[in-house]
Ligand binder design. Structure first.
Ligand code: COA
Length: 436
């Protein structure tokens, strides 16, 4: 059939599309900036006819009633791979829970549908071209797997989405229904670096040699530090998330991708989240390759890159080098995402390095982020046996191969000076290191 006819045939209203969902079904939703705000905003209006609908999400950005309104309890239950702001707000109410995962496991169906079934997929795409092909645009972490698994595929078409390249194409014939919603695309603002972040940026830059391939994670620090790499040459990108900082490095001629081992000449990643600057950059850009999360985050694929450096951030680290990036004590905060995947992948690479960078204190300097032990209930994102390098504004702790005593010392030396004596005495009191 002619693509224009096919499009017309599949086009329905947003209420009609959500009307296809039945009680006890699971809806798989595209993640982050590729989530469909029209379909998700509509869900709550169907509360009275829906019971026990599971909604599987990952890093949702919008504030939706089906998540936030307590009267939705029993009608919707959210299963989440990576929390955003709304999820943190409602976690204590019991209508949402976190699924522990490593992001490369996008290919493992067991992990994104507790009942091993995705009935409906809600996603977004660009308008189709003359041949009926669309681009899945800003998210390719798990979207293709969800589409393949779902019985019913519904796409929200938004002409403001960039047309991204790589493995992003989908044809109208693979979709059951289409809705239209030309809203502005969700953005993640970038804050200017703080003094501590500038120091961290300087230390990290000292660890990056020309020709390295970088992964930069989510959070303030990985974005802030790109400004300190402006004098490097021929960097490449193999990442999970494309960020604004990468655009600056590319425009400055620092990222050329010319010395990469895999996808030479191209930046490769699975999703983009940032400002309009980033979305304009990835639009129809032949040097930006979107691949599925099961590919970009496979540690063995990451490890094939020469001089692969992963840079992620954390909330807390204990003196053994156990990293917590996803909870504040027992309060779940975000997710593992690709942190362990990329940290491990970088260490499999020849001359690679896995870096965790964090400020030495939190809460306006009131608490140390380097602790004798993690706070009770904290979720371990990187175990001590995997940790490689930790950076704060006080320096670099190169932990690989160090015994527990030397690790503790190296970490205490990059803790905030106000906390160092207390850390030492606590570590000895607890018998982690009997004496230094
Ligand atoms: N104890 C208590 N609270 C802490 C804390 C600590 N040790 N460290 C930070 N916090 C608080 C901050 O004060 C802040 O609170 P606020 O929101 O009330 O201001 C909050 O936690 C977030 O801290 P911040 O450092 O600003 O977070 P961020 O936006 O830079 O994100 C992570 C940092 C670690 C949460 C984020 O990077 C993450 O989720 N990482 C895991 C996934 C990942 O790295 N994936 C990599 C591939 S994309």
């Amino acid at each position: 059939m002619n693509p224009k006819e096919l499009y017309k045939q599949k086009l329905i209203s947003i209420p009609d599309a959500v009307g296809k969902v039945r009680s006890h079904q699971t809806i798989g939703v595209a993640m982050a900036a590729s989530e469909p705000p029209g379909l998700l905003g509509e869900l709550a209006k169907h509360r009275d006819r829906l019971e026990s609908v599971r909604v599987w999400v990952c890093l949702p950005l919008g504030a939706y009633d089906f998540v936030l309104d307590p009267s939705m309890d029993g009608h919707f239950f959210v299963e989440n791979w990576f929390y955003g702001n709304s999820d943190r707000a409602v976690h204590g109410q019991g209508c949402e829970s976190y699924i522990p995962n490593n992001l490369h496991e996008a290919a493992s169906k067991k992990l994104y549908a507790a009942n091993n079934k995705v009935n409906v997929f809600f996603g977004t795409a660009t308008p189709p071209d003359a041949r009926g092909y669309m681009s899945l645009s800003l998210g390719l972490v798990i979207e293709k797997q969800l589409i393949a698994a779902a019985d019913l595929v519904i796409l929200e078409i938004n002409e403001n989405l960039p047309w991204t390249l790589g493995d992003t194409q989908i044809h109208l014939s693979e979709v059951d229904y289409i809705v239209e919603n030309n809203v502005s695309v969700a953005q993640l603002p970038v804050a200017p670096p703080t003094e501590a972040e500038e120091k961290i940026g300087g230390y990290i830059a000292s660890l990056i040699e020309d020709g390295s391939t970088l992964q930069l994670g989510i959070g303030g620090i990985p974005n802030a530090i790109t400004a300190f790499m402006m004098d490097r040459k021929d960097l490449g990108i193999h990442t999970e998330m494309f960020t604004d900082g990468m655009v600056d490095l590319y425009n400055a001629g620092v990222i050329t991708n010319s010395r990469k081992t895999l996808w030479k000449g191209k930046m490769v990643g699975a999703f983009a989240l940032g400002t309009k600057k980033l979305y304009d950059f990835v639009d129809n850009n032949l040097c930006v390759e979107f691949q599925q999360g099961s590919v970009t985050n496979d540690p063995y694929i990451i490890g094939k890159n020469y001089r692969m450096i992963s840079i992620n951030t954390a909330l807390q680290v204990d003196v053994l080098g156990q990293v917590c990036s996803q909870s504040i004590g027992s309060r779940h905060f975000s997710g593992t995402g690709g942190q362990l995947d990329t940290h491990r992948g970088a260490q499999l690479s020849e001359h690679g390095r896995g870096i965790i960078a964090l400020r030495s204190t939190a809460k306006n300097g009131e608490i140390s982020t380097i602790m004798p032990v993690l706070t009770e209930g904290a979720e371990v994102t990187i175990p001590s046996q995997d940790i490689d390098t930790i950076v704060t504004e006080y320096g670099i702790a190169d932990l690989k191969g160090l015994c527990l005593r030397d690790r503790a010392l190296a970490l205490i030396n990059i803790a905030h000076p106000d906390f160092r004596d207390k850390l030492k005495s606590e570590v000895m009191r607890l018998g982690i290191v009997p004496h230094f």
